[in-house]
Design a protein around this ligand. Structure first.
Ligand code: AMP
Ligand code: MG
Length: 493
């Protein structure tokens, strides 16, 4: 559908763009163009994201659109740029980072920013080549859409374009570009950057921009001595708590929870070495580069809180009072457990809260951990048991049958007198049949490397609706093969 906009040599995607983040000015960003990706080809696309953006039907049918989304052709109405941020990486202040390979195209009239990740070097690339490899681009694409399908806040992905141009990591790989979409890509690290450089005017301008655009209710707070900045910190903290609760409940592990990978909107962002747990192991480390286990699965809620302290520290010049800043983080300690228990109750098919629910939740998690029981399969089988009364498929997952039977007794007692069908229905809406396990992503990647991109599309269709049965896709819902445990995902991407 896209045409070359007359006279400009730019592709017209049929979208209207507005300046958005660019209005903040040159202290926040550098104007630049993506570096063309040689001979690009389509790898995968999300029609759902295309619709959300308001792209016209058949948007992907022209070569100019393909070239534009690979960064090889300018897009009419956009003025691309890269933004600067800093951050704490693995608990240590890393100084200036920034969009080293993600180039912002702009913001659509509908309020969605679009970035091309892997679109070439920027002034913030440091030693990097500005590129992204095919495997990590497919993983980001699939996981963005999988998370959305699960109802978990996330940046989205419109498409991946690939190229046979070599990119060198541990070995030669091929390059790709992810076109990703979110209301905002602002990170905690954006605030840390201006705070660390003692640039209070810019810090305030950024906070005002984000508050006015995304957190307007903070303007009228009567709490925190009327500080909109403290109310903003609290709101970010609560969104982050809710996000972490959702990650933990679904068994998702983000491999690099550095402060520059924390979204100011509480979105899952920067998919690198992430993982959905197979067998339940609370101490699981999904990032091969995380040798100390800082980002182990069970550390993530605390790490998020630590990251929020960094954000609080950055906002302190605006809040003006340390006690108020600390008070603004206080609710994390109640919001996280409440949200987590709420999600786990839904997984257990419980509509309301009752005393003893926490024990019931802790009990099952302990049993799952002791047996390293497959997390997703357990919950889905428990849901099926509520529907059909067939206990064996659930019970067979446990070596400690007596322990499971004891837990099941308290589970059944908790459900006594409530509608079983209704509980089963809630459970099947709360316990996905499909998650993006490492090996599923890996199989799709291998196929794409051989130019068979249909495998990514097939997997996407299932992950977009992970609570549905998809009887033809049972192979995606099974136990991981033995080789899955040998997959090593690191920061290299
Ligand atoms: P990440 O760990 O992927 O969140 O990246 C941390 C920082 O390194 C960010 O500033 C990225 O933009 C930058 N970065 C990562 N990979 C590259 C690359 N290949 N080229 C340039 N910058 C990169
Ligand atoms: Mg990052």
């Amino acid at each position: 559908m896209s045409l070359l906009a007359e006279d400009t040599g730019a592709a017209d995607l049929g979208l209207r763009w507005k300046p958005g983040f660019h209005t903040l000015g040159p202290a926040f960003l550098t104007d630049l163009r993506p570096t063309p990706l040689p001979d690009p080809y389509w790898v995968c696309r999300s029609e759902a994201v295309a619709r959300e953006l308001g792209l016209p039907a058949g948007w992907y049918e022209s070569d100019t659109t393909l070239a534009a989304l690979a960064g090889s052709l300018p897009i009419a109405g956009t003025s691309p740029f890269a933004t600067v941020y800093s951050g704490h990486q693995f608990g240590v202040w890393a100084g200036q980072l920034g969009d080293g390979r993600a180039i912002m195209l702009g913001e659509t009239e509908g309020g969605l920013e679009m970035q091309l990740k892997g679109a070439g070097r920027t002034p913030y690339s440091r030693g990097g080549d500005g590129r992204a490899v095919l495997r990590s681009s497919i993983r980001e694409f699939l996981c963005s859409e999988a998370m959305h399908g699960l109802g978990i806040p996330t940046t989205r992905a419109l498409c991946v374009t690939g190229s046979d141009a070599p990119v060198y990591r541990e070995e030669a790989e091929s390059a790709a570009v992810v076109a990703r979409v979110a209301p905002s890509f602002v990170r905690f690290g954006h605030f840390e950057h201006f705070a660390a450089n003692q640039r209070e005017d810019e810090l305030r301008a950024l906070a005002d921009y984000v508050i006015d655009r995304y957190y307007p209710a903070c303007r009228t707070t009567e709490r925190f001595n009327g500080s909109a900045y403290a109310a903003f910190l609290e709101a970010v903290s609560e969104r982050t708590a809710a996000l972490l609760a959702r990650w933990q409940a679904v068994g998702f592990c983000h491999g690099v929870m550095n402060t520059d990978n924390m979204s100011i909107l509480g979105l899952t962002i920067d998919y690198g070495p992430f993982q959905f747990l197979d067998g339940f192991d609370p101490r699981h480390i999904c990032n091969h580069s995380d040798t100390s286990g800082r980002y182990a699965f069970n550390q993530q809620p605390n790490v998020a809180y630590w990251n929020l302290f960094c954000l609080a520290q950055a906002l302190l010049p605006l809040i003006g009072d340390q006690e108020i800043a600390v008070a603004a983080l206080e609710s994390y300690k109640t919001v996280f457990p409440n949200e987590f228990e709420g999600r786990m109750r839904a997984k257990l098919g419980l509509h309301g809260a009752a005393e003893g629910d926490r024990t019931l939740i802790e009990g099952v998690l302990k049993l799952l951990a002791a047996g390293k029981v497959d997390y997703t399969i357990f919950w889905r089988r428990l849901s099926d048991y509520m529907a059909d009364g067939n206990l064996e498929p659930v019970r067979d997952l446990f070596l400690d049958r007596a322990g499971f039977d004891a837990w099941l007794l308290s589970f059944s007692e908790r459900h006594a007198g409530t509608g079983r069908a209704e509980a089963a229905e809630l459970m099947r809406r709360s316990n996905p049949k499909f998650v993006l396990r490492n090996h599923l992503g890996q199989q799709a990647i291998e196929a794409s490397r051989k130019k068979d991109h249909a495998a990514v599309a097939t997997l996407l269709a299932v992950l977009e609706a992970p609570f549905e049965d998809h009887p033809d896709a049972d192979a995606f819902a099974g136990f991981p093969p033995d080789w899955a445990s040998t997959i090593e995902i690191s920061c290299s991407s």
